[in-house]
Ligand binder design. Structure first.
Ligand code: CMC
Length: 433
């Protein structure tokens, strides 16, 4: 059923009928495209809290109900039955692959899992202690110089090839950020290993010591990548779309997404969880920190608890919790006191009235921070891991935008609140303000 919403300008009495568009799920949207032509007005929505910036068929999330779907498949089912590479395929092509399609996809990625030797030299320009996210931004941006003149973003085959290159090369770039910090030699990709095993091998194998992956560790990381692969139109994804809408080089667009993800308000929460656990230091200090978290006059919050969108529970946190617990049972590390603090915090938050009343459940970042720590991945690399997973979502959203017949350059409007027109005053006549 088609219907409209009437918008009336009470100053002039003029009215327009705006069509309402209904998607598969979620709030219907008011099509305001004619608003400026008809009423000479824009809409004002800082932070795009009620603005749908695009149509998308990739991911749906409902924060109230705790639902997350990729191409219609519930995240719980993907987490249980699928793997990250298959989810990449699903995000890119819209359907789950047959066995043959999956094999072809893997073979194709393997053909692209090297980077130009010259690219490796870019890393040496960074200090040994440079933040890996700053390195990843630079190196991903540098990829654009290898795929620019010959890349025609208007050609569907070139776009598909770009998507495969992104998925094949991001693990290499990410692992080499770590190797640079450690001062270890870079490790090449291996076609005989699965996506996650290969990544762990590039991270942790050494010329004198091969890396033998642990099955629980591989599964935990695979799950973590699945859970972070896409999350609809968040800040970094919107950045990729906006840069892409200017027909910028897609590798540079991914670099722009990484820039946004690095923001503390976006991808930095799992890092903050580990910093907080370090600050708590000893389980005996937990009551003090819980007291501080409840104190209105204290800005301290329990990192990894609560979510802006998921108000009942974060479906991703539910899935990852079990794997986190399994992994902690298997690993035997010097970080055990930190994990004890984490498990006690989780227990308190699930039982304490303050947290229950406010629906402050442990979120996906709480568990992912702990998992990454248990895997031996340093805290500074956490957002890099997030970027690695999310690059599949970013490039799928870029592809979708490029194929959209309504595609045009993004150009938000503004409400100008500056000075009215005034005349230029020569410097000799200006008064100090
Ligand atoms: N610790 C203690 N109290 C909290 C916390 C917390 N982590 N989060 C919210 N509250 C309290 C808050 O003080 C308020 O209490 P009251 O009603 O008495 O005033 C109530 O809960 C509601 O809080 P809110 O600020 O209205 O909630 P919000 O939706 O604006 O904030 C949040 C959501 C994620 C920013 C916040 O919960 C928070 O700061 N959490 C810690 C940081 C964190 O883990 N962030 C990662 C989120 S997941 C990111 C992703 O999915 O990519």
């Amino acid at each position: 059923m088609s219907y409209t919403v009437t918008i009336r300008d009470s100053k002039t009495g003029k009215e327009i009928e705006c069509p309402v568009i209904e998607g598969t799920y979620g709030a219907p949207v008011i099509d305001t495209k004619q608003l400026y032509n008809e009423l000479g007005m824009f809409t004002f929505d800082p932070g795009f809290m009620t603005t749908a910036a695009c149509k998308s068929a990739i991911t749906y999330l409902d924060g109230e109900q705790g639902i997350l779907l990729h191409r219609g498949y519930p995240i719980e089912q993907l987490a249980e039955n699928s793997n990250y590479l298959e989810v990449c395929y699903l995000l890119l092509y819209g359907e789950l692959p047959t066995k043959a399609q999956f094999q072809d996809f893997r073979d194709d990625l393997n053909k692209r899992n090297l980077v130009h030797e010259h690219l490796e030299r870019f890393y040496t320009g960074y200090r040994y202690d440079a933040h890996p996210m700053s390195i990843l931004i630079g190196i991903t941006g540098a990829l654009s110089s290898y795929y620019h003149e010959a890349l025609d973003i208007n050609d569907p085959e070139d776009r598909e090839l770009t998507a495969k290159r992104v998925i094949a090369k991001m693990p290499i770039l990410a692992a080499h950020c770590y190797k640079h910090a450690m001062g270890h030699p870079f490790v090449y990709s291996r076609d005989d290993l699965g996506y996650v095993e290969n990544f762990l091998n590039m991270m942790f194998s050494l010329p004198n010591r091969p890396y033998i992956p642990n099955r629980t560790a591989v599964r935990a990381l695979d799950l973590l990548l699945i859970l972070h692969a896409d999350h609809e139109q968040n800040a970094s994804t919107s950045t990729v779309r906006l840069s892409g809408s200017a027909e910028a080089n897609p590798f540079a667009c991914i670099a722009a997404g990484i820039v946004t993800l690095w923001g503390r308000a976006h991808g930095g929460a799992n890092e903050a969880v580990l910093r907080m656990l370090g600050e708590i230091e000893d389980p005996k200090n937990i009551p003090t920190f819980i007291k501080r978290a409840k104190d209105k006059d204290d800005p301290f919050r329990l990192m990894g608890f609560g979510h802006r969108v998921y108000k009942n529970y974060d479906p991703r946190a539910k899935i990852i919790r079990k794997v986190c617990h399994d992994l902690l049972e298997e690993v035997d590390t010097v970080d055990q006191p930190l994990f004890d603090i984490a498990m006690q915090l989780e227990d308190i938050a699930l039982k304490d009235e303050y947290f229950i009343e406010r629906k402050l459940y442990p979120n996906v970042d709480f568990y992912s921070g702990i998992i990454l720590k248990a895997l031996g991945i340093p805290t500074a690399m956490y957002t890099v891991m997030f970027a690695l997973a999310r690059s599949a979502g970013w490039i799928s959203q870029w592809l979708e935008m490029m194929e959209d017949p309504d595609f045009r350059i993004g150009r938000p409007r503004q409400l100008y609140i500056g000075k009215q027109t005034r005349d230029y005053v020569p410097m000799s006549r200006r008064k100090r303000r």
